[in-house]
Design a binder for this molecule. Structure first.
Ligand code: SF4
Ligand code: SF4
Length: 169
């Protein structure tokens, strides 16, 4: 009699079941480009206001806009015709950084592990054309990817049974 096998249907596993790599190079590409949205929750607006030492009202007026009943960060328009997030700053050496990094919203914290980027290998490949950190750097397990993909709160601390790694980006 043949030895019994545990069969796991391959369709039960996402295409990235073996994990993915990502290491941010701080190029700033994901914070600019065409017009877009950086969604903020109410709590994130309050945290941003605290960080900036401004009132919530001032923060909303100066840095946020209301769209479709939601709050997004404002964008600017640069000399290249791109629309950088209002908090993206470029130094004279061309390095681009987030000036509110400790309180950047969930949307920024979970890039590039967004549903849309993870839908198909081709979606991930497309995202990699804009983000040079994709497929480089740190290895993320399926569990870590899923934690970021499904996060509804800042995923500062996500521990896995197999590693003591802490997700901070
Ligand atoms: S808040 Fe910071 S990380 Fe997020 S889009 Fe703006 S500059 Fe980029
Ligand atoms: S595009 Fe990718 S590598 Fe560049 S800043 Fe954004 S996350 Fe980092």
């Amino acid at each position: 009699m043949p030895k019994s096998l545990t069969v796991v249907a391959s369709s039960d596993q996402p295409w990235y079941a073996d994990g993915l790599s990502f290491g941010c190079t701080q190029c700033g590409n994901c914070c600019t480009g065409g017009p877009g949205y950086v969604w903020m929750s109410d709590r994130e607006v309050d945290l941003l206001a605290d960080y900036l030492k401004m009132s919530r009202e001032e923060t909303l007026k100066k840095y946020c806009r209301k769209l479709h009943g939601r709050i997004s960060l404002k964008e600017t328009r640069d000399a290249k015709g791109e629309y950088p997030c209002i908090f993206l700053k470029e130094d004279p050496q061309g390095r681009r950084t987030c000036t509110v990094y400790p309180v950047r919203p969930l949307q920024c914290r979970t890039w590039p592990f967004w549903d849309g980027n993870l839908e198909l290998p081709g979606s991930w490949k497309l995202a990699a054309r804009k983000c040079p950190g994709i497929n480089k750097g740190r290895a993320y397990t399926l569990q870590q990817i899923a934690a970021l993909r499904d996060a509804t709160e800042w995923p500062e601390i996500a521990r896995t049974p197999s590693s003591d790694a802490t997700i901070t980006d």
